[in-house]
Design a protein around this ligand. Structure first.
Ligand code: BES
Ligand code: ZN
Ligand code: ZN
Length: 511
């Protein structure tokens, strides 16, 4: 999907579909107002068409309302689509994202091949040109994802021709064309990186191994200024990441440790990202039940989010420094697999009782977090599909965020407001840590207590982070896939690419 901005009057657009917008006027003080629609800048004939629709009761310009007028003879466009914006004071970035998504879906259902969007009318929603273009285009772009590369092509060939591949925005002011065009470009770049992460998530375990994950980011990073190193098993051993290697021991796939670096901020301390790259989680010897196990191909979505974030930071050429680490492995019950009761050592020397091999995410993130801490970054953010417990607590609406650093949380909160992504701060206290102490070793990988499984997991991870460094853990187990029923611009089924947009905002604030 490409976005283009040009100077022009929308009602003169030569296009198959013309999409325009109307706000509701409050009409206070004039009880007898003929119409509730704000049509001051509309040409007379189109105005009458809409007023007629209002009289018929088919359109009132409320949010989510839309109306299609087909075969508009005597106009340069064939079909006119009008979306309601509701009352302008009730608009924010997220409602524009959702609107962008509705517009995309309507065009798709109608098999549109060319569209012009009335940008000045969209600005009536009340936000400035950058914010409007960025949010609307993000929603529009993110809705255009599909994962069908593994289906045989055939009769779809015909449909391909009918696909919408670009959208043209018109405005009568040069300034709006310029700032809207730049913001739309940024939205597209971020969208591409979210698609990169979604695709990695959607590919099945046999096609998204640690090796392939390393290859995909190496390919994608070419020409972006992002440095990629993919460590093999020997290099991982040299770095003493023995907890990570214990998880990998049951698999025939070689583990990889992916290290990324982006320098755009001179001598500033980097922002560090760490992501769980479990390319398939069978549970290991503590094997998972068969039902739903196929979904564990998504257990690398934290890693994919971190890769997508770094790609986006580089493509946007942000003036920040950022580093990222993704331990990538399978969790399998092979003959050399770690067993319940085994005691292993982590990179930082702590001993860990592995009381359940299915609590493996924390056993690969711990080594990555201690390595990240050693780089002395400005902050560390990790993303992981870590616990089923967070799905119980927050469902698939909110990502759970754990941090003891209140000032850092304020920045994260601001980043979330900007991105529109939903997350909820969860408790993390010494009580949670108490439950993670081992009987025979320093730590156990599962809690000795009942409940709060996501917080105890976070408390375990905390033992591997330098206390001075602001650190936040994002548990995305509930939001990494199949969220589309609630979030319009995410696929109903499949990876969401969650938290990339927020992490980019965090990098802007912290880098
Ligand atoms: N990858 C899973 C967590 C998960 C579960 C993500 C469901 C998404 C949906 C993780 O490795 C795991 O299995 N965690 C266990 C931990 C338990 C054994 C303490 C869990 O949550 O059941
Ligand atoms: Zn597991
Ligand atoms: Zn897992």
């Amino acid at each position: 999907m490409k976005f283009e901005f040009k100077k022009g009057a929308w009602e003169e657009a030569k296009t198959q579909y013309l999409v325009t917008f109307v706000t509701q006027s409050d009409n206070k003080g004039s009880k007898k107002a003929e119409s509730k629609l704000n049509l001051s800048k509309w040409p007379a004939e189109l105005k009458n068409t809409l007023i007629q629709a209002e009289k018929d009761g088919t359109f009132h310009a409320g949010k989510k309302e839309s109306i299609v007028f087909r075969q508009m003879t005597g106009h340069p466009f064939s079909h006119l689509v009008v979306f309601g914006l509701g009352e302008k004071k009730k608009t924010d970035g997220e409602s524009l994202r959702v609107l962008g998504s509705h517009v995309y879906h309507l065009l798709k259902v109608n098999k549109a091949t060319s569209v012009t969007i009335a940008f000045d009318q969209l600005l009536l929603a009340g936000l400035d040109a950058d914010e409007t273009a960025q949010a609307f285009c993000e929603g529009f772009y993110l809705s255009s994802y599909s994962f069908d590369e593994l289906k045989s092509k055939g009769k779809e060939k015909d449909d391909e021709k009918k696909e919408l591949t670009s959208a043209l925005f018109v405005s009568t002011t040069e300034k709006n064309v310029k700032s809207g065009g730049k913001a739309a470009q940024d939205a597209m770049l971020i969208g591409e990186c979210v698609f990169f992460a979604r695709r990695l998530g959607d590919l099945p375990g046999n096609m998204m191994t640690p090796t392939i994950m390393g290859e995909e980011i190496t390919k994608a990073a070419k020409g972006t200024g992002l440095k990629v190193k993919v460590w093999n098993k020997d290099q991982i051993k040299k770095e003493k990441m023995t907890s990570f290697l214990a998880v990998a021991a049951g698999s025939s796939q070689e583990p990889k440790f992916i290290e990324l670096e982006y320098n755009g901020g001179g001598k500033k301390k980097p922002v560090a990202f760490v992501g769980k790259g479990l390319t398939f989680d069978s549970g290991g010897i503590s094997i998972k039940p068969g039902h739903g196990m196929e979904e564990m191909k998504y257990d690398m979505c934290g890693g994919a989010a971190v890769l997508g974030t770094m790609l986006a930071i580089a493509k946007l050429k942000l003036k920040v420094n950022a580093i990222a680490f993704v331990p990538a492995t399978e969790n399998m019950p092979g003959p050399a697999a770690v067993k319940p009761g085994d005691i292993i050592y982590a990179r930082n020397g702590k001993s860990i009782e592995v009381n359940n091999t299915d609590a493996e995410g924390r056993l690969i993130l711990n080594d990555a977090l201690s390595y990240a801490s050693d780089q002395k970054p400005a902050c560390i953010v990790d993303a992981a599909t870590l616990t089923g417990a967070i799905v119980m607590a927050l469902g698939n609406i909110h990502t759970g965020v754990f941090t003891r650093h209140d000032d850092f949380w304020k920045k994260i909160d601001a980043a979330l407001k900007q991105s529109g992504e939903m997350a909820w701060r969860m408790p993390l206290t010494d009580f949670h840590f108490e439950d993670m102490k081992g009987t025979y070793a320093d730590l156990s990988n599962i809690s000795s207590g009942k409940g709060a499984g996501s917080a105890t997991a976070a408390a375990f991870l905390e033992q591997f982070v330098d206390k001075e460094i602001p650190w936040a853990h994002f548990d995305i187990a509930g939001t990494a896939w199949s969220t589309g029923g609630r979030v319009h611009y995410n696929p109903k089924k499949g990876a969401s690419g969650v938290m990339i947009r927020t992490f980019v905002e965090i990098a802007k604030l912290m880098g």
